[in-house]
Design a protein. Structure first.
Length: 417
């Protein structure tokens, strides 16, 4: 009985070890692969439509490489690749090559994106040539080192630490980790410098911040892998850093990077949709007022996009306002503008209130286009057809319209009296 107690205590201690805790946080490689595929699907229509844009092609290629990394790094895919080729551990140089190509693509994208294609073009092209030559050389070296190494035992999850002391495999592992670390450091530095610049679009800034956070997590991945490999060199065992900590960090990094690519596109799309819906809602008061003039209204359509509904509402308002604009009292509109200014409204708001007062007057009085008593004739109300949004928003504030109308008509009524 007493001998059982130490065994149970060892079980408790092993359950509290970092490797046991981190094993519960395992994230399947297929999750970031799916999220990266979603990011690629969102970007793909724009990439195809604007294929001549090298930046969009670079984004598409980077997302394809990122998806390939996590698809081929999954243990099931590693086993399948080794089995199909008949070469144990051939997935190692293949996955390392994909990861190295992804790092090089990140650098190329950020260099081109940050500097532009025309600004400092010579410097940008020189930097891109260096990146392409350097990372192509790393990929070639990875395959040469694998061909020289002796790695007969297939390892699906712990290849980096299992072969950390094997000649040529040791150099291969160190080479891909150093290439990845250098690329991540440079890319993170470029991104965070870019984030601090002025004049960035808000959605682009948030996307860059997510990209910066994702690449910072990649540094944690590299640190864990390098520490585990170095521990093997010194005879210690820190394999849990490579097998239990690094994979979930890599998955989380990929998810954050994918969000960095999705956020500017999705955010801009949602922002534009919100503006369209708000413009459609703002036109509602003027639309209902014009329906009192034009009884037909717009034909009902079961399915239509927000943009189409906005265009149809604008068209209906302008079509109804065009004949009514010939009945606008120009003198009343000028007096209303001056009255609004005297009440403390800014010029743009005063113009909108004056237009709303004049339109309401024409609708209520049903005035025909004819020569008026003051000899003004038909007013030039072309601008009414362009500023329908501001006029419609002014119609919502009935108290302001009544105040402007009262002050604008008071001198006329006094003169008549």
């Amino acid at each position: 009985m007493t001998a059982a107690f130490p065994a149970s205590g060892a079980v408790v201690r092993s359950a509290l070890e970092p490797s046991a805790v981190l094993s519960e946080l395992y994230i399947s490689f297929w999750i970031p692969a799916a999220i990266l595929t979603a990011a690629l699907a969102i970007k793909l229509p724009t990439v195809i439509r604007l294929w001549r844009d090298p930046l969009l092609r670079a984004v598409g290629g980077l997302l394809v490489l990122a998806c390939a990394v996590f698809v081929f790094a999954a243990p099931s895919t590693i086993a399948w690749t080794n089995r199909v080729t008949g070469v144990p551990n051939i997935s190692a140089p293949w996955v390392y090559s994909l990861l190295t190509a992804f790092c090089g693509s990140c650098l190329l994208l950020i260099i081109t994106w940050r500097n532009g294609l025309s600004d400092r073009a010579a410097v940008t092209r020189r930097a891109m040539r260096w990146v392409i030559c350097l990372y192509s050389g790393v990929i070639v070296a990875l395959w040469v080192l694998f061909a020289l190494a002796d790695a007969p035992v297939e390892r699906l999850r712990d290849l980096d630490t299992y072969y950390a002391t094997t000649p040529f495999m040791r150099e291969q592992i160190l080479l891909y980790l150093l290439a990845h670390t250098v690329a991540v450091l440079i890319t993170s530095w470029l991104i965070w410098n870019w984030v601090r610049t002025d004049g960035l679009d808000a959605w682009l800034r948030w996307g860059l911040m997510f990209l910066g956070a994702g690449y910072a997590l990649n540094l944690v991945f590299d640190a864990a892998k390098l520490t585990a490999v170095a521990a093997r060199w010194s005879g210690r065992d820190a394999d849990w850093l490579s097998t239990d900590l690094a994979p979930p960090v890599a998955c989380l990094s990929a998810i954050v990077i994918a969000l960095g690519f999705i956020l500017p596109h999705a955010g801009q799309y949602l922002h534009e949709r919100r503006l369209v819906r708000r413009a459609h809602r703002d036109l509602r008061p003027l639309y209902h007022l014009m329906r009192s003039v034009e009884s037909a209204g717009m034909p009902f359509v079961v399915r239509s996009t927000p943009e189409l509904r906005l265009i149809r509402r604008e068209t209906f308002i302008r079509d109804a306002l065009l004949p009514l604009s010939r009945q606008i009292d120009g003198a009343l509109r000028r007096r209303s503008y001056e009255a609004a200014l005297s009440l403390g409204f800014p010029p743009e708001r005063a113009e909108a209130l004056a237009a709303a007062v004049a339109i309401l007057d024409a609708v209520e009085n049903g005035r025909r286009p004819q020569e008026r008593e003051d000899g003004t004739g038909e007013a030039d109300s072309t601008d009414l057809l362009h500023e329908i949004g501001a006029t419609s928003r002014a119609l919502r504030r009935t108290d302001e319209i009544e105040a402007v109308r009262a002050r604008a008509t008071a001198p006329t009524e006094s003169a008549r009296t």
